[in-house]
Each structure stands twice: as C-alpha cells, then as structure tokens.
Ligand binder design. Structure first.
Ligand SMILES: C[S@@+](CC[C@H](N)C(=O)[O-])C[C@H]1O[C@@H](n2cnc3c(N)ncnc32)[C@H](O)[C@@H]1O
Length: 216
C-alpha cells in the first residue's frame, strides 16, 4: 500500500468508526503499562507512543506522572480524537502526524512504545525503514517496547495484512541494535468479545561495532 493510501485508510477508519467498532480498543493497556513500569524510568523520561492513535496509554502515563509524552500517528484524525478525549490534558502531550517509516526525531527518546503498528510493516523494505527510524530515535541504553499479534493472533487487522511474531522471530527481526529484555503475551478482548493474542517484548538499545562486544 502506498503511503498516501495508508494515511487515507486510517483517517477514514478514525473518521467513521467509534472506539467500540474497532478491534484494538482497550480501556486499560495492562501489558504496556506493566512493561513500562518494569523499566523504572524517571518521570521526566522522554516517551513516544508510535502509532498511538486514540489509545488510552497517554492518559494513563499522564495519570502516573510522566511529564514528557509524545504520540505519533499517520492519521491526524486519530490524534484529533485523542486530543478531544483528553481535553485540557492534551496540552501536556506532544502530538506528531507522521508516517513512522519517514519520521526523523529531533531529540532522542528514552522509550519507544508501539502496540499494533509494527506488525503492519509487512515487507522487508517497510520493516527496515521502521527499524532505521527507531534506532535513530532511541537513546543508546534507551528502550523499545513492541506489541504485535503473536503466532496465535489474527493475520489481518482493519482489513490490512499483518505480520505475526513469535518471541524468537521478533528478537531476530530487531536484534541488530537491540537486546531483548523480556516478553509477555496478552489475550486482548475486543469490543466484539473475541480474543486476540498479542506478544509484547521490551528491548534495550545498544551499539555494536564490528568485532566489538555489545556496550553495555
Ligand atoms: C491497530 S491501531 C493501534 C492504535 C494504538 N496503538 C492502540 O493500541 O490503540 C494501528 C495504528 O497505527 C497507525 N499507523 C498505521 N501505519 C502507520 C504508519 N506507517 N506510521 C504511523 N502510524 C501508523 C494507525 O493510524 C493506527 O492508529
């Protein structure tokens, strides 16, 4: 799918469907919050939710006292909806409308979080572009938390093909530049009362130079 078509697809979804009409809606992003808490980041840590859309993650992070939150999404419609929901609190979040595969961060982040966006990268070119942008945008010793459909999850979401991952295949996909810390699975109950099995893994960003050990 061309980038412009991807943007139109998602804008169309967020313009026409309510939260209870899309499968990914989640009142309480438990797996994401548990993994983020486990990283013991300071409250001033720079956190970005990539493909955050209308997710409640930003709301919960604000409630927990995090002070530097960015939400990026290809769909401006999605972010408008999140801003409307948050009301005055929206002013405490940075909002970026961009295709993640083209996103150039001005300042690096301590944590890059993504639930259900990376798995839409279904070609080697898209995966490689995504990871290149992520590596550029995450501080050395910073973290990346990815939530994708597991091998037991669906292979289509929102009418688009997705790539399912196992713990091993996700680790292999991102291993150049990231060390796996931990993975969990979560059965997400959709608004339609069906279950979707997600895999969430946290990685630590490191550098590798040829012939040298990983630092640190
Ligand atoms: C399945 S939804 C998940 C939304 C949110 N992360 C959540 O958990 O509720 C996927 C999101 O990824 C966004 N997205 C898809 N492709 C993208 C891209 N190339 N760059 C940035 N965002 C993208 C969509 O607009 C949508 O908000």
């Amino acid at each position: 799918m061309k980038d412009e078509t991807t943007k139109k697809h998602w804008d169309n979804i967020y313009a026409n469907k309510q939260p209870d009409e899309v499968s990914w809606t989640q009142e309480y992003p438990k797996a994401s919050l548990d993994l983020i808490r486990g990283l013991e980041l300071p409250k001033h840590a720079r956190i970005i939710d990539v493909g955050g859309g209308d997710s409640r993650l930003a709301d919960h992070l604000l409630d927990e006292g995090y002070k530097d939150i960015t939400v990026l999404d290809i769909s401006g419609m999605a972010l408008k909806r999140a801003q409307k929901r948050l009301g005055e609190q929206a002013g405490y979040v940075h909002w970026i409308v961009a295709d993640v595969t083209e996103f150039v961060a001005e300042k690096a982040f301590d944590l890059w979080h993504d639930r259900a966006t990376f798995h839409f990268m279904t070609t080697p070119a898209k995966i490689s572009a995504y990871l290149k942008r992520a590596k550029h945008a995450i501080k050395i010793n910073g973290y990346m938390t990815l939530g994708t459909f597991s091998e037991k999850g669906p292979d289509i979401c929102s009418g688009l093909e997705v790539k399912q991952y196992t713990e091993e295949s996700l680790r292999e996909q991102v291993e150049n530049g990231f060390r796996k810390i931990t993975c969990v699975t979560e059965d997400h109950r959709t608004p339609f009362n069906t279950l979707q099995n997600f895999l969430f893994c946290s990685f630590k960003r490191h550098t590798i130079r040829k012939g040298q050990a990983i630092t640190p």
